[in-house]
Design a protein around this ligand. Structure first.
Ligand SMILES: *Cc1c(COP(=O)(O)O)cnc(C)c1O
Length: 357
């Protein structure tokens, strides 16, 4: 009945990657970032697998935190975008969600009687969200006056260039952050997306925030997840629904963008951009069948794509093709498509069932 196109999710690999993050976080702890439906892997299954190990989760918005509670997990959940309306704070207080407050308006909402514990976002150069270091004394004095100071858990900042070992921006942001929060040594500090875990000598303080590395994707420029010792969690696979020989001079697919130079055995695979496979992945993008690497040819369509089977002479109709997984890393496909693994993993559409194993 089904089309067989599926995203297999290896929850043991997820746990291994989380343990790796904990090890790299040294004496600190690691809050598991499970936003965007667990980076496309299914938040229920991801939160369930990590719940015995992670004592804090982090998500972007309150709906995602509510989904974690819906599965019965009682961990605290940091809300990386803070609150979106004043009423969110009462929900946070009741449910044990910890908003990361990033502007004066959000701080003013704490005046309500039911205010939660919260984090304060410091802008050290990313310039998306947060208070500038020089604003912190006034913010903290305001919290003291309003009686909310005891509910402040700590400070958060986010790096702009941690993926690039040649950039000195992370060092600058780290020093700015350390100096900015030094007057409040009893409060916790949270820096460190996945990339920061792979930077030698980078302090991660009390709480790091690994996301993509938990899913086996690379946070670093020019390195794949497996090259960093991470285990791929998602295997995206789809069946070969036909095989044939295209003759020399014949083209394949929309735009006739690929033409066979010699007679070539090819296959059609039942997956396309309607499933979240990137249309920008052109001829030469790797895939695999039976553990052998093959390559895409021509343009990706909505529901199917073409592969050159020259390197897999035994491949037959019905065989499953790996679009990314343990033979071909999602990072390689992302590079071919001019994007990053994050976008591919979070972009797998709801047409593709997630099978957790
Ligand atoms: C998404 C996010 C993270 C996790 O980033 P990765 O690169 O996926 O590890 C950490 N902190 C903040 C503030 C985020 O928005």
């Amino acid at each position: 009945m089904s089309r067989l196109t599926v995203a297999r999710i290896d929850l043991e690999a997820l746990k291994r990657n989380y343990q790796r993050a904990r090890t790299l976080a040294g004496p600190g702890q690691a809050m598991a970032v499970v936003k965007a439906d667990g980076y496309g892997h299914g938040i229920e299954a991801v939160a369930g697998a990590l719940a015995p190990y992670a004592s804090r989760f982090a998500v972007a918005c309150i709906e995602e935190a509510v989904a974690i509670r819906g599965c019965g997990h009682r961990q605290t959940v940091a809300l990386l975008q803070g609150a979106h309306e004043p009423g969110d704070l009462a929900i946070c207080q009741q449910e044990g969600f910890e908003p990361v407050l990033h502007n004066h308006q959000q701080v003013s909402w704490l005046a309500d009687d039911r205010a939660p514990a919260f984090w304060i976002k410091v802008n050290t150069g990313m310039n998306r969200l947060g208070f500038r270091p020089e604003e912190l004394p006034a913010v903290m004095a305001g919290l003291e006056d309003s009686g909310r100071r005891p509910q402040a858990l700590g400070f958060v900042t986010h790096f702009a260039c941690a993926d690039d070992l040649d950039s000195d921006m992370t060092g600058l942001q780290t020093r700015l952050f350390e100096d900015a929060v030094a007057p409040w040594p009893a409060l916790m500090r949270s820096v460190g997306n996945s990339a920061a875990h792979f930077r030698p000598e980078q302090p991660l303080y009390e709480w790091s925030r690994p996301g993509i590395m938990l899913y086996g994707g690379s946070p670093m420029l020019d390195k794949t997840g497996p090259e960093l010792g991470l285990s791929p969690v998602m295997t995206l696979q789809a069946p070969l629904i036909t095989t044939r020989v295209v003759r020399a001079g014949e083209s394949v697919g929309y735009g006739a963008s690929w033409t066979a130079e010699q007679d070539t055995r090819m296959g059609m695979v039942a997956i396309g951009y309607g499933d979240g496979y990137p249309r920008h992945a052109g001829t030469g993008t790797p895939a695999a069948v039976g553990g052998r690497r093959i390559r895409l040819i021509g343009r990706v369509s909505m529901d199917m794509l073409a592969v050159d089977l020259s390197n897999a002479p035994d491949a037959r109709e019905g065989d499953m093709v790996e679009l990314w997984g343990s033979t071909v890393s999602v990072d390689e496909v992302a590079t071919c498509a001019g994007t990053i693994g994050y976008e591919l993993l979070t972009g797998v559409t709801s047409r593709v069932p997630r099978v957790h194993e």
